[in-house]
Design a binder for this molecule. Structure first.
Ligand code: UDX
Length: 459
């Protein structure tokens, strides 16, 4: 099929490359010519496993090319995917200006029938607006349809996710358009869910909000485990064995971040508020998530008796999760900003995200290192903020010899408490009964006072 993909961000670039890999003729469009030059030269603007190889293959085989002209990109396209950003607007709403502008540009250039498909995450009503814009801007006699086909890609595995979707959702008011878009995905074993615009738009938001809620629930249980001396990893593993609940997205940590969950949860809450519909459960998820990283820094502060001024922390991880160089809404950044705000210095290492973190965080009281151990010499504690698998394999005796104090704050439950404590560390995790947790439970009288029975504390 002839496919045009507008936008070469995470979704669009991966989409273009994978569609080409499936044998389609694909043109990727982006206004940023410098970015297109980079992509064509084999330099990817994002870190995504498998992407450089797939782009190179498409360019070599001649079925993947890029242009900065929408008119040229859509010239022969049967299906046009809109994959531009929908960042969070000032009121929590999704900012649709790029999507609507692209719709206008498509309308102005379209001279043949095509299905215009919104892949960007957009709130209910957007596809209807896209349709109206196309009606206003296309020349008389040019026919088109609109469909919604939300993406469910997770960063770091998005090439794999495109090939192995759990479902493909296609929403439209035109059954013919749905079938044409379904052609693109029909070789995949995943079910195709055919529905209207509103269902497709809502499926995406509901999925992300429920996943975020699962994580927040695990984070809340971790807070409780810290107080009662239980192990959240054990608790949530057992909870997740119930097939009605499912094992995934129950890892307690520093709360959810990234480019999708925060903005999508806000946009869903905004939509409900516009309709005067209270969603207190969703508000609870949002508010709790805002507190997770603060609670973690509070833990660090409690251990150091509130004196973080002048301390140096060795930080591992800047990306919002493992497998990506993305630092948008990264809990790691929030923790670092709080530590710096309290007068501490930070030396940080991330395998992929340093460049992006420098742009966001700058270099004041923050030094970037080339390997994990470089962060540690003379530091007051080690702080793990991103779940990169390589942090599980740290040489603990080397860590111990480098740090000023043998103290580890593990915000992602990456290390095995028994091993770390046996190596002589004071260890803090999220919702795990560690030697460090017992120390601060003893110090924090507000927590202790709240429990009528101190069971589990200081044992
Ligand atoms: C997410 C959705 O998974 C994807 O379907 C959607 O299209 C875009 O948003 P992504 O943002 O790449 O993908 O990251 P994801 O792997 O879902 O993680 C989101 C956040 O939750 C990260 O900060 C991660 O560290 C955190 N997380 C995830 C947890 O804290 N615990 C978990 O158990 C899982």
């Amino acid at each position: 099929m002839n496919i045009c993909v507008i936008g070469t961000g995470y979704v669009g670039l991966v989409g273009s490359a994978v569609f080409a890999g499936w044998g389609n003729q694909v043109v990727g469009v982006d206004v940023d010519q410098a970015k297109l030059d980079m992509i064509q030269a084999g330099v990817m603007p994002i870190y995504e496993p498998g992407l450089p190889e797939l782009v190179a293959q498409g360019i070599r085989r001649g079925n993947l090319r890029f242009t900065n002209s929408t008119a040229e990109g859509i010239k022969d396209a049967e299906v046009i995917f809109i994959c531009v950003g929908t960042p969070q607007g000032a009121a929590g709403n999704a900012d649709l200006s790029s999507v609507l502008q692209v719709a206008r540009q498509i309308g102005q250039s379209l001279d043949h029938y095509a299905v215009v498909v919104t892949k960007s995450t957009v709130p209910v009503g957007t596809n209807q607006r896209v349709k109206e814009i196309l009606q206003e801007t296309t020349q008389q006699g040019v026919l088109f349809d609109v469909a919604s086909c939300p993406e469910f890609l997770a960063q770091g595995t998005s090439v794999y996710d495109m090939d192995h979707p759990s479902r493909t959702v296609i929403g439209s008011d035109s059954p013919e358009a749905i079938e044409l878009v379904a052609e693109v995905f029909k070789h995949l074993p995943a079910a195709i869910i055919r529905c209207g615009f509103a269902e497709a738009e809502l499926i995406k938001y509901a999925s992300n909000a429920l996943l975020a809620t699962k994580i927040t629930f695990a984070d809340s249980m971790a807070s409780l485990c810290d107080l009662v001396g239980a192990d959240v990893v054990l608790v949530m593993d057992a909870v997740g064995k119930d097939p009605r609940i499912g094992a995934m997205f129950l890892r307690a940590g520093l709360g959810w971040g990234g480019s999708c969950f925060p903005k999508d949860v806000e946009a869903l809450a905004y939509l409900a508020s516009q309709l005067s519909l209270p969603l207190p459960q969703l508000d609870g998820t949002r508010n709790t998530n805002r507190r997770v990283h603060k609670r973690f820094v509070h833990k660090i502060s409690l251990y150091f008796d509130g004196k973080l001024d002048g301390k140096t922390f060795a930080v591992l991880g800047l990306a919002f999760k493992a497998g990506t160089d993305d630092t948008r809404e990264s809990p790691a950044k929030k923790v670092i900003m709080r530590l710096r705000g309290a007068g501490a210095r930070v030396r940080a290492y991330d395998p992929k995200a340093t460049e992006k973190a420098i742009l966001d965080l700058g270099t004041t009281s923050l030094e970037y290192c080339d390997n994990p151990y470089e962060t540690m010499a003379g530091a007051d504690a080690l702080v793990i903020l991103t779940d990169w698998p390589e942090f599980k394999g740290l040489d603990l005796s080397r860590v111990n010899s480098l740090l000023k104090n043998p103290v580890i704050f593990d915000g992602r439950n990456m290390l095995d408490p028994e091993t770390v404590e046996r190596e002589g560390f004071i260890y803090f995790a999220m919702g795990r009964p560690t030697n460090g947790q017992r120390i601060i439970n003893g110090k924090d009288t507000t927590y202790v006072a709240k429990l009528t029975n101190g069971a589990g504390l200081n044992k």
